[in-house]
Design a protein around this ligand. Structure first.
Ligand code: EPZ
Length: 423
C-alpha cells in the first residue's frame, strides 16, 4: 500500500490548479444511463471513485471511452441493470444508479452499501423517495430490488432530512416519470445544480435546482449531450478548499485556480474570521495568505450553503495552528472525527465530546507515522504534515486517491516536500 512521506515547514508559494468535482462527476456519469444516446462529459477527475463508477456502467452494458479529461458514455442498451456488491462495497455512491436504472428499464438490483468509517449512511431515504414515484422496492440478500413495470409516475417527495445523493437519485428518476414531481427539502449543493444543468441539456424539464424545492415535469425520453458540446463538470470545491487551507496552515502565498468562489463562501468566511486573507484576484482564482497570527474560531458543519462537512477535518488541522480554543461541531455524520486521534499523535490538543471537538491551539506539530481512515481525514493529515516539524509518514493513502487527482504532484509544484512511496 502506498504511503506519503512529508517533510514539513515549507510555506507553499505559487499557483495550484483545481480539478473537476468528484461529487459532480459521479451523478453525471450515472445520468448517462437515462438515454440511449452518447453523453460526453468534460473535466472528469482521474481519481479512483470515477474509475469505479465507469466500471459500474461498463458492467451494465454501457460503452465507455476515456479521452484525457473527457468521458464518452453510451448506454444504447442496458443488458444488466445491476450494481454488484464488489463495486458498491468500494464506493457507496454506486447507489446513484438506482434511480436512473429503474427509470430507464423499469427494474434495478443494487447492492446495499454497508457500513462506512464516517457513519451508518443508510439509503432508506433514496428508497422512500423512489416508492413515492411508484417503484416497488424490496431488500433481499443484501440487495435492493426495484421494479416499476408500468414505468414511474410523478409525485411529491418530501425528504425527512437533506440528502445530497438522495436528491440526485430521485431527480434522475423523476425526469423520465409521467407527470409532475416536486422534491421538497432538497439538497442545494452545487453538485445538484450541475446535475440539473446536464439533465436540462439532455432535454429534461427542471426548475428550482439550488433551492429546497425542485420541480420536474417528466418527459418520454432524453437525448445525449449536443454533439461537439460536452458537459463540463464544475470544479471541485472540496479540493479547492483543501488547497486554501494548505496555503494558510503553511503560512504561504498560494493561488488556487479554476475554482468557483461562490461555492466556498462558508469556508472563506471562517478563514477571514481566523485572520487569513482570501481574495479573488481574478474570476476563478483565490489567493490565500496569513499576515498575522491565526485565531481560533468555532465552526458547525451544515448542508450547503453552510460549512461543508467534507472540509471539517482539514479545518480542524488548521485550528491546531490558531491561538485559542475552537469548538468544531459535526452535524452531518455521526462518526467523522477519526482524524482527531491521528492529529493528536502529531501533538495536537483535541478533546472529543460526542459530535463536538474542542481544539486547543496553537501547538507545534511534530512529524509522526499516522494512518488515514477516510478520504477527507487523509487530506487533513497531509495538511498537518505540511505544517509539522520533521517527517510525517501517512499510511493507507489509497483513501486520498479516491478523491484527489495527483495531490502530491500538485502540492510539490508549489514547494511542498511530499513524495509517494509504494510498498
Ligand atoms: C454526499 O454523500 C457526498 N458524496 C459526501 O462526500 C458528503 O459528505 C455528503 O454528501 C454531505 O455533504 C457524494 O456526493 C458522492 P447525504 P451522501 O445523503 O449523499 C443521512 C466525500 O468526502 N442519510 O447528504 O451519501 C446520512 O447518513 C463524501 O467526497 C440517511 O439517513 O450524504 C447522513 O448522516 C463523503 N438516509 C446525512 O443523511 C439516506 O437515505 C447526509 O447524508 C441518506 C442519507
Amino acid at each position: 500500500m502506498d504511503k506519503f512521506v512529508i517533510t514539513g515547514g515549507t510555506p507553499l508559494q505559487g499557483v495550484i490548479p483545481c480539478s473537476g468535482s468528484k461529487n459532480a462527476a459521479l451523478p453525471a456519469i450515472a445520468a448517462a444511463l437515462l438515454t440511449a444516446e452518447p453523453v460526453v462529459l468534460g473535466r472528469i477527475p482521474a481519481v479512483r471513485d470515477i474509475r469505479t463508477m465507469l466500471d459500474l456502467l461498463r458492467q451494465t452494458g454501457a460503452e465507455v471511452a476515456v479521452e484525457g479529461g473527457c468521458v464518452r458514455i453510451q448506454a444504447a442498451e442496458i443488458a444488466r441493470p445491476e450494481a454488484p456488491y464488489d463495486l458498491v462495497k468500494t464506493m457507496r455512491a454506486s447507489s446513484l444508479v438506482l434511480g436512473p436504472l429503474v427509470a430507464r428499464t423499469g427494474r434495478a438490483r443494487v447492492s446495499l452499501p454497508g457500513g462506512c468509517a464516517i457513519g451508518a449512511r443508510p439509503i432508506n431515504l433514496h428508497v422512500a423517495a423512489l416508492e413515492r414515484l411508484g417503484a416497488e422496492l424490496h431488500q433481499k440478500h443484501g440487495y435492493i430490488e426495484a421494479r416499476a413495470p408500468q414505468g414511474l409516475h410523478g409525485g411529491t417527495v418530501p425528504f425527512d432530512r437533506i440528502t445530497v445523493t438522495g436528491t440526485e437519485d430521485v431527480l434522475m428518476a423523476a425526469v423520465l416519470a409521467r407527470g409532475e414531481t416536486v422534491i421538497e427539502n432538497a439538497a442545494r449543493e452545487p453538485e445538484v445544480v450541475d446535475l440539473a444543468a446536464l439533465l436540462t441539456k439532455m432535454g429534461a424539464c427542471i426548475e428550482g435546482a439550488g433551492t429546497s424545492t425542485i420541480q420536474v415535469r417528466g418527459v418520454e425520453q432524453l437525448r445525449g449531450t449536443p454533439s461537439g458540446q460536452p458537459h463540463t463538470i464544475i470544479p471541485d470545491r472540496i479540493e479547492a478548499g483543501t488547497f486554501l487551507i494548505a496555503g494558510a496552515i503553511t503560512r504561504g502565498d498560494l493561488t488556487v485556480t479554476g475554482c468557483v468562489a461562490e461555492h466556498l463562501r462558508a469556508l472563506i468566511g471562517k478563514m477571514h474570521q481566523a485572520g487569513a486573507e482570501v481574495e479573488e484576484t481574478a474570476p476563478g482564482c483565490l489567493r490565500v495568505r496569513v499576515p498575522g497570527a491565526l485565531q481560533s474560531v468555532d465552526m458547525t458543519t451544515e448542508e450547503h450553503p453552510g460549512f461543508a462537512t467534507d472540509l471539517q477535518a482539514q479545518f480542524m488541522a488548521l485550528m491546531t495552528q490558531a491561538d485559542g480554543i475552537a469548538i468544531i461541531t459535526e452535524t452531518i455524520f455521526e462518526n467523522r472525527f477519526m482524524h482527531a486521534q491521528e492529529l493528536a499523535r502529531m501533538g495536537a490538543n483535541i478533546r472529543l465530546d460526542g459530535r463536538r471537538a474542542l481544539v486547543a491551539g496553537k501547538v507545534s506539530l511534530s512529524g509522526a507515522q499516522v494512518l488515514a481512515s477516510d478520504l477527507r481525514a487523509s487530506a487533513s493529515l497531509v495538511l498537518a504534515g505540511l505544517a509539522a516539524q520533521g517527517e510525517t509518514v501517512i499510511d493507507r493513502v489509497y483513501h486520498i486517491d479516491r478523491g484527489y487527482e495527483r495531490i502530491e504532484a500538485k502540492l510539490a509544484g508549489v514547494g511542498a516536500r511530499i513524495r509517494r512511496i509504494s510498498s
